[in-house]
Design a protein around this ligand. Structure first.
Ligand SMILES: Nc1ncnc2c1ncn2[C@@H]1O[C@H](COP(=O)(O)OP(=O)(O)O)[C@@H](O)[C@H]1O
Ligand SMILES: [Mg+2]
Length: 136
């Protein structure tokens, strides 16, 4: 099922999800550029107690935020040129240490990606002020 949400609704949904996430959860987020993956992830991070947008360099593959219970990792695999580059990531360390591991463009990590607890897809829809959210 795809629900078409405004920015406020998507944000509220993400914050609620973040507040109820069990420790050590890996979530994956699919969807084309501008579909709202980063926006949704930042709302989830707020729900996990992340105070503000961390001043991470935009070229970083792994962003580390300080959440209420522990570190929240946000991975943007868009920049991986091949899945083999994901082999260099310390996936076990991220899973061991992370309160949450939120992965954008998960397909670019190929088989290196550990199995996500849940997978979301964001969609552009006819209404430019809404985005389709599909939870799988
Ligand atoms: N309903 C909506 N949900 C999410 N983002 C929206 C919505 N309406 C407009 N936007 C805007 O669309 C853009 C989504 O960008 P972003 O989250 O970076 O997408 P992605 O990470 O998928 O490339 C943001 O500028 C956001 O403000
Ligand atoms: Mg993004």
């Amino acid at each position: 099922m795809i629900r078409e949400l405004t920015l406020d609704e998507l944000t509220a949904e993400g914050e609620t999800l973040g507040r109820s996430l069990p420790p050590g959860t890996l979530l994956a987020f699919d969807g084309e550029l501008g579909a709202g993956k980063t926006t949704f992830i930042q709302a989830i991070a707020r729900g996990l107690g992340v105070a503000g947008p961390a001043t991470s360099p935009t070229y970083a593959l792994v962003h580390r935020y300080r959440g209420r219970r522990g570190p929240v990792f946000h991975l943007d695999c868009y920049r991986l040129r091949s899945p083999d580059e994901a082999a260099d990531l310390d996936w076990e360390g991220l899973l061991a240490e992370g309160d949450a591991i939120l992965v954008e463009w998960p397909e670019r990590a190929g088989a290196w990606l550990p199995p996500p607890a849940r997978r979301f897809r964001l969609h552009h829809v006819a209404d430019p002020e809404r985005r389709g959210l599909e939870a799988r």
